[in-house]
Write a protein that binds this ligand. Structure first.
Ligand SMILES: [Zn+2]
Length: 320
Protein backbone atom coordinates (compact mmCIF):
# COMPACT_ATOMS: atom_id res chain seq x y z
CA UNK A 1 0.00 0.00 0.00
CA UNK A 2 1.27 3.48 -0.92
CA UNK A 3 0.69 6.87 0.68
CA UNK A 4 -0.55 9.69 -1.56
CA UNK A 5 0.44 12.96 0.15
CA UNK A 6 -1.86 15.55 -1.37
CA UNK A 7 -1.97 19.34 -1.34
CA UNK A 8 -4.25 21.70 -3.28
CA UNK A 9 -4.34 25.39 -4.06
CA UNK A 10 -7.72 26.92 -4.88
CA UNK A 11 -9.14 30.21 -6.11
CA UNK A 12 -12.18 31.92 -4.62
CA UNK A 13 -14.15 35.03 -5.57
CA UNK A 14 -13.70 38.42 -4.00
CA UNK A 15 -16.65 40.26 -2.55
CA UNK A 16 -17.10 42.91 -5.24
CA UNK A 17 -17.73 45.85 -2.89
CA UNK A 18 -15.50 45.25 0.10
CA UNK A 19 -12.65 43.43 -1.60
CA UNK A 20 -12.83 40.77 1.12
CA UNK A 21 -12.81 37.06 0.54
CA UNK A 22 -16.28 35.59 0.45
CA UNK A 23 -16.59 32.97 3.14
CA UNK A 24 -20.21 32.03 2.67
CA UNK A 25 -21.57 28.55 2.12
CA UNK A 26 -21.97 27.08 -1.35
CA UNK A 27 -19.07 29.03 -2.84
CA UNK A 28 -16.89 26.60 -4.71
CA UNK A 29 -13.24 26.84 -3.77
CA UNK A 30 -12.05 26.11 -7.28
CA UNK A 31 -8.91 24.02 -7.43
CA UNK A 32 -6.17 25.60 -9.54
CA UNK A 33 -3.28 23.36 -8.55
CA UNK A 34 -2.84 19.73 -7.48
CA UNK A 35 0.46 18.63 -6.00
CA UNK A 36 1.17 15.19 -4.58
CA UNK A 37 3.99 12.92 -3.51
CA UNK A 38 3.70 9.13 -3.66
CA UNK A 39 5.45 7.24 -0.87
CA UNK A 40 5.80 3.47 -0.59
CA UNK A 41 4.92 1.65 2.63
CA UNK A 42 8.38 2.46 4.02
CA UNK A 43 7.84 6.15 3.22
CA UNK A 44 10.34 6.18 0.35
CA UNK A 45 9.36 8.60 -2.37
CA UNK A 46 8.36 6.81 -5.59
CA UNK A 47 6.62 9.58 -7.56
CA UNK A 48 5.46 13.17 -7.86
CA UNK A 49 2.38 14.78 -9.43
CA UNK A 50 2.22 18.50 -10.15
CA UNK A 51 -0.38 20.27 -12.34
CA UNK A 52 -1.88 23.73 -12.65
CA UNK A 53 -5.57 23.85 -13.64
CA UNK A 54 -7.49 26.35 -15.75
CA UNK A 55 -10.46 27.62 -13.70
CA UNK A 56 -13.94 27.70 -15.25
CA UNK A 57 -15.97 29.17 -12.34
CA UNK A 58 -13.78 31.86 -10.78
CA UNK A 59 -11.79 32.81 -13.86
CA UNK A 60 -10.53 36.02 -12.34
CA UNK A 61 -7.66 35.36 -9.97
CA UNK A 62 -8.31 36.57 -6.44
CA UNK A 63 -5.36 38.94 -5.73
CA UNK A 64 -5.08 37.65 -2.16
CA UNK A 65 -4.66 34.08 -3.45
CA UNK A 66 -2.22 35.32 -6.12
CA UNK A 67 -0.20 37.00 -3.40
CA UNK A 68 -0.10 33.93 -1.16
CA UNK A 69 0.64 31.36 -3.88
CA UNK A 70 2.38 33.44 -6.54
CA UNK A 71 0.01 31.92 -9.14
CA UNK A 72 -1.05 34.48 -11.78
CA UNK A 73 -4.07 34.41 -14.07
CA UNK A 74 -1.89 34.17 -17.18
CA UNK A 75 -0.17 31.08 -15.74
CA UNK A 76 -3.47 29.19 -15.82
CA UNK A 77 -4.87 30.10 -19.25
CA UNK A 78 -2.88 27.50 -21.15
CA UNK A 79 -3.52 24.73 -18.61
CA UNK A 80 -5.99 21.84 -18.82
CA UNK A 81 -9.34 21.99 -17.02
CA UNK A 82 -10.20 20.10 -13.84
CA UNK A 83 -11.90 17.00 -15.34
CA UNK A 84 -8.83 16.15 -17.44
CA UNK A 85 -6.35 16.77 -14.63
CA UNK A 86 -8.31 14.81 -12.02
CA UNK A 87 -8.52 11.85 -14.41
CA UNK A 88 -4.74 11.94 -14.81
CA UNK A 89 -4.34 12.29 -11.06
CA UNK A 90 -6.54 9.28 -10.21
CA UNK A 91 -4.66 7.11 -12.71
CA UNK A 92 -1.37 8.31 -11.21
CA UNK A 93 -2.62 7.40 -7.69
CA UNK A 94 -2.99 3.71 -8.65
CA UNK A 95 -5.25 1.21 -6.86
CA UNK A 96 -3.85 0.66 -3.40
CA UNK A 97 -3.23 3.84 -1.46
CA UNK A 98 -4.23 5.93 1.49
CA UNK A 99 -4.61 9.67 1.16
CA UNK A 100 -2.55 11.93 3.45
CA UNK A 101 -3.14 15.67 3.83
CA UNK A 102 -2.21 18.52 6.13
CA UNK A 103 -5.59 19.54 7.61
CA UNK A 104 -9.08 18.32 6.78
CA UNK A 105 -9.99 20.70 3.97
CA UNK A 106 -8.10 19.25 0.99
CA UNK A 107 -10.04 15.95 0.74
CA UNK A 108 -13.29 17.88 1.21
CA UNK A 109 -12.51 20.46 -1.50
CA UNK A 110 -11.24 17.81 -3.90
CA UNK A 111 -14.57 15.99 -3.63
CA UNK A 112 -16.57 19.23 -3.84
CA UNK A 113 -14.80 20.05 -7.13
CA UNK A 114 -15.43 16.51 -8.42
CA UNK A 115 -19.11 16.82 -7.57
CA UNK A 116 -19.31 20.19 -9.28
CA UNK A 117 -17.92 18.66 -12.47
CA UNK A 118 -20.13 15.54 -12.17
CA UNK A 119 -17.13 13.28 -11.79
CA UNK A 120 -17.75 9.97 -10.08
CA UNK A 121 -16.03 9.91 -6.67
CA UNK A 122 -14.24 6.55 -6.66
CA UNK A 123 -13.89 6.14 -2.87
CA UNK A 124 -16.54 4.13 -1.05
CA UNK A 125 -17.65 4.59 2.55
CA UNK A 126 -15.78 4.71 4.83
CA UNK A 127 -12.97 6.77 3.33
CA UNK A 128 -10.34 6.94 6.04
CA UNK A 129 -7.41 9.26 5.44
CA UNK A 130 -4.44 10.56 7.38
CA UNK A 131 -4.56 14.18 8.53
CA UNK A 132 -1.00 15.04 9.55
CA UNK A 133 -2.06 18.32 11.19
CA UNK A 134 -4.48 16.45 13.46
CA UNK A 135 -1.94 13.75 14.33
CA UNK A 136 0.67 16.42 15.14
CA UNK A 137 -1.83 18.05 17.56
CA UNK A 138 -2.62 14.71 19.25
CA UNK A 139 1.03 13.73 19.60
CA UNK A 140 1.88 17.11 21.13
CA UNK A 141 -1.10 17.15 23.52
CA UNK A 142 -2.65 20.23 21.97
CA UNK A 143 -5.79 18.69 20.51
CA UNK A 144 -7.52 22.05 19.95
CA UNK A 145 -4.57 23.71 18.21
CA UNK A 146 -4.19 23.84 14.44
CA UNK A 147 -0.54 24.54 13.68
CA UNK A 148 0.52 25.75 10.24
CA UNK A 149 2.62 23.58 7.94
CA UNK A 150 5.43 26.16 8.21
CA UNK A 151 5.45 25.87 11.99
CA UNK A 152 5.18 22.07 12.05
CA UNK A 153 7.90 21.53 9.43
CA UNK A 154 10.19 23.92 11.31
CA UNK A 155 9.45 22.14 14.59
CA UNK A 156 10.27 18.79 12.99
CA UNK A 157 13.48 20.16 11.45
CA UNK A 158 12.46 19.65 7.83
CA UNK A 159 11.75 23.22 6.67
CA UNK A 160 13.60 24.16 3.50
CA UNK A 161 13.98 26.98 1.05
CA UNK A 162 11.09 26.05 -1.25
CA UNK A 163 8.16 28.47 -0.95
CA UNK A 164 5.14 27.36 1.07
CA UNK A 165 1.59 27.60 -0.34
CA UNK A 166 2.40 25.85 -3.58
CA UNK A 167 0.78 22.45 -3.95
CA UNK A 168 3.85 20.32 -4.68
CA UNK A 169 6.19 22.00 -2.19
CA UNK A 170 3.55 21.76 0.57
CA UNK A 171 3.03 18.06 -0.28
CA UNK A 172 6.81 17.54 -0.08
CA UNK A 173 7.01 19.31 3.31
CA UNK A 174 4.09 17.21 4.57
CA UNK A 175 5.82 14.01 3.39
CA UNK A 176 9.04 15.07 5.14
CA UNK A 177 7.09 15.70 8.37
CA UNK A 178 5.54 12.22 8.05
CA UNK A 179 8.97 10.63 7.88
CA UNK A 180 9.81 12.19 11.26
CA UNK A 181 6.61 11.04 12.94
CA UNK A 182 5.70 7.94 14.88
CA UNK A 183 4.42 5.59 12.14
CA UNK A 184 2.00 3.79 14.50
CA UNK A 185 0.06 7.04 14.85
CA UNK A 186 -0.97 7.02 11.18
CA UNK A 187 -3.12 3.95 11.62
CA UNK A 188 -4.24 4.78 15.15
CA UNK A 189 -5.51 8.30 14.43
CA UNK A 190 -7.17 8.08 11.02
CA UNK A 191 -9.72 10.70 9.95
CA UNK A 192 -13.10 9.93 8.42
CA UNK A 193 -14.31 11.71 5.29
CA UNK A 194 -18.00 12.66 5.36
CA UNK A 195 -18.72 13.02 1.64
CA UNK A 196 -19.66 9.42 1.03
CA UNK A 197 -22.32 8.22 3.45
CA UNK A 198 -23.23 4.60 4.18
CA UNK A 199 -25.69 3.51 1.50
CA UNK A 200 -27.87 1.43 3.84
CA UNK A 201 -28.40 0.59 7.51
CA UNK A 202 -26.09 -2.44 7.47
CA UNK A 203 -23.18 -0.26 6.35
CA UNK A 204 -23.57 2.08 9.32
CA UNK A 205 -20.91 1.48 11.95
CA UNK A 206 -18.93 3.26 14.62
CA UNK A 207 -15.34 3.87 13.63
CA UNK A 208 -12.55 4.15 16.17
CA UNK A 209 -10.45 7.20 15.27
CA UNK A 210 -8.04 6.82 18.17
CA UNK A 211 -9.24 9.83 20.15
CA UNK A 212 -12.99 9.04 19.87
CA UNK A 213 -15.64 7.02 18.04
CA UNK A 214 -17.38 8.38 14.98
CA UNK A 215 -20.68 7.22 13.54
CA UNK A 216 -22.09 8.40 10.22
CA UNK A 217 -25.70 7.60 9.43
CA UNK A 218 -27.09 6.81 6.00
CA UNK A 219 -28.89 9.67 4.22
CA UNK A 220 -32.58 10.34 4.93
CA UNK A 221 -34.97 12.13 2.60
CA UNK A 222 -36.89 13.74 5.45
CA UNK A 223 -35.44 15.30 8.59
CA UNK A 224 -38.35 13.94 10.65
CA UNK A 225 -37.63 10.41 9.49
CA UNK A 226 -34.02 10.78 10.62
CA UNK A 227 -34.97 12.24 14.01
CA UNK A 228 -37.32 9.30 14.60
CA UNK A 229 -34.53 6.77 13.96
CA UNK A 230 -33.51 5.32 17.34
CA UNK A 231 -30.07 4.28 16.12
CA UNK A 232 -28.81 7.86 15.96
CA UNK A 233 -29.22 8.39 19.74
CA UNK A 234 -27.19 5.41 20.97
CA UNK A 235 -24.03 6.03 23.01
CA UNK A 236 -21.36 3.36 22.97
CA UNK A 237 -18.25 3.24 25.14
CA UNK A 238 -15.20 4.13 23.01
CA UNK A 239 -13.20 1.44 24.86
CA UNK A 240 -15.50 -1.62 24.98
CA UNK A 241 -18.16 -0.51 22.44
CA UNK A 242 -20.97 -1.49 24.83
CA UNK A 243 -24.18 0.56 24.79
CA UNK A 244 -24.21 2.85 27.83
CA UNK A 245 -26.92 4.34 30.02
CA UNK A 246 -27.40 8.10 29.76
CA UNK A 247 -26.59 10.29 32.76
CA UNK A 248 -27.76 13.42 30.92
CA UNK A 249 -30.23 13.05 28.08
CA UNK A 250 -29.56 14.65 24.69
CA UNK A 251 -30.03 18.43 24.74
CA UNK A 252 -29.35 21.06 22.09
CA UNK A 253 -26.97 24.02 22.33
CA UNK A 254 -28.34 25.18 18.95
CA UNK A 255 -25.26 23.97 17.06
CA UNK A 256 -25.32 20.32 18.12
CA UNK A 257 -26.88 17.88 20.58
CA UNK A 258 -24.91 16.82 23.65
CA UNK A 259 -25.40 13.94 26.08
CA UNK A 260 -23.49 12.24 28.88
CA UNK A 261 -23.42 8.52 29.56
CA UNK A 262 -21.42 6.15 31.74
CA UNK A 263 -19.81 2.81 30.99
CA UNK A 264 -19.71 0.59 34.10
CA UNK A 265 -16.11 -0.33 33.37
CA UNK A 266 -14.64 2.69 31.61
CA UNK A 267 -16.31 5.75 33.09
CA UNK A 268 -17.91 8.86 31.65
CA UNK A 269 -18.65 9.37 27.98
CA UNK A 270 -19.70 12.49 26.12
CA UNK A 271 -21.87 12.15 23.03
CA UNK A 272 -22.04 14.86 20.35
CA UNK A 273 -24.65 14.75 17.59
CA UNK A 274 -24.46 16.94 14.50
CA UNK A 275 -27.41 17.11 12.09
CA UNK A 276 -26.15 17.67 8.58
CA UNK A 277 -27.29 17.85 4.99
CA UNK A 278 -25.51 17.13 1.74
CA UNK A 279 -26.40 16.21 -1.85
CA UNK A 280 -27.71 12.81 -0.64
CA UNK A 281 -30.05 14.23 1.99
CA UNK A 282 -30.10 14.59 5.79
CA UNK A 283 -27.61 12.67 7.89
CA UNK A 284 -26.13 12.48 11.36
CA UNK A 285 -22.54 12.65 12.50
CA UNK A 286 -22.08 11.41 16.05
CA UNK A 287 -18.87 11.58 18.07
CA UNK A 288 -18.35 9.71 21.34
CA UNK A 289 -15.46 10.65 23.61
CA UNK A 290 -14.26 9.43 27.00
CA UNK A 291 -14.24 12.38 29.47
CA UNK A 292 -13.47 13.18 33.12
CA UNK A 293 -15.65 14.42 36.03
CA UNK A 294 -14.70 18.04 35.37
CA UNK A 295 -16.03 17.88 31.82
CA UNK A 296 -19.17 16.18 33.13
CA UNK A 297 -19.79 19.05 35.57
CA UNK A 298 -19.15 21.62 32.81
CA UNK A 299 -21.81 19.96 30.67
CA UNK A 300 -24.26 19.90 33.60
CA UNK A 301 -23.73 23.66 34.04
CA UNK A 302 -24.16 24.26 30.34
CA UNK A 303 -27.43 22.33 30.21
CA UNK A 304 -28.80 24.12 33.31
CA UNK A 305 -27.95 27.49 31.80
CA UNK A 306 -29.73 26.59 28.54
CA UNK A 307 -32.78 25.38 30.49
CA UNK A 308 -32.86 28.61 32.56
CA UNK A 309 -32.71 30.78 29.45
CA UNK A 310 -35.51 28.76 27.84
CA UNK A 311 -37.69 29.16 30.95
CA UNK A 312 -37.07 32.92 31.05
CA UNK A 313 -37.99 33.22 27.38
CA UNK A 314 -41.20 31.25 27.88
CA UNK A 315 -42.22 33.36 30.88
CA UNK A 316 -41.56 36.50 28.87
CA UNK A 317 -43.73 35.22 26.03
CA UNK A 318 -46.54 34.45 28.51
CA UNK A 319 -46.51 37.95 30.00
CA UNK A 320 -46.46 39.70 26.62
ZN1 LIG B 1 -16.61 0.45 28.34
Amino acid sequence: MNYIVLDLEWNQPLHSKTGENIKQKNVLFEIIEIGAVKLDENLNEIGRFNRLIKPVVHKKMNPIISNITGIKEKDLNKEKKFPTVIEEFLIWCGDDYIMCTFGNQDVYELEANMQYHNINIPWKFPLLYIDIQRIFSIENNEINEQRSLEMVSMFMGVSGKNAYHRALSDAIYTAEVMKKMNRNSFEKYMSLDYTNLPTNKSEEKEIDLGTHLEYLSRAFEEKEEMMACKEIYITRCPVCMKKCRKKIKWFSDSIKYICMARCENHGLIEGLLYLKKNHNGYYVLRKTIGVDEKRFMDVVKKRNLINEKRKLRKNKEKTQ
